[in-house]
Design a protein around this ligand. Sequence first.
Ligand code: SF4
Length: 131
Amino acid sequence: MKAEISFEDKILSIVKKSGGEGVIQSDLWTVLGVDSREGSRAVMKLVRAGLIRRVPVTFKGRKTYKLFYSSRQLENVKLVIKLNPVMGVPCFLCRDLEKCGLGSYFNPLMCSRLTEFLQGKCVRHNHQHVI
Ligand code: SF4
């Protein structure tokens, strides 16, 4: 059984073969027999994946794009979020957080847990300045 080649793979293959010359985007639609909307959607997927670069050009008096293969894939981004600074805030783990708000039964202006936490911060802050 032959595996079906995706539309994006076909575009990528054509653009890759064009080398440094690139491919006029509107020519691609003619070669592949698709409308510009469908084609643009597929191209944008490849652009977002970092496999294709789109450069604006004027071709036969019309504004279009030239597509170039980009061998540089977007690197995986590793995001490290440190939660230590917020772990002490009582709201962070509060089971009433979604019900809490100004004018509600659970209200940050009236909350003893939040008030105690903030007062503790103030006391510690003042001590640091006195020392
Ligand atoms: S203010 Fe009080 S009740 Fe509201 S989310 Fe924070 S800890 Fe919970």
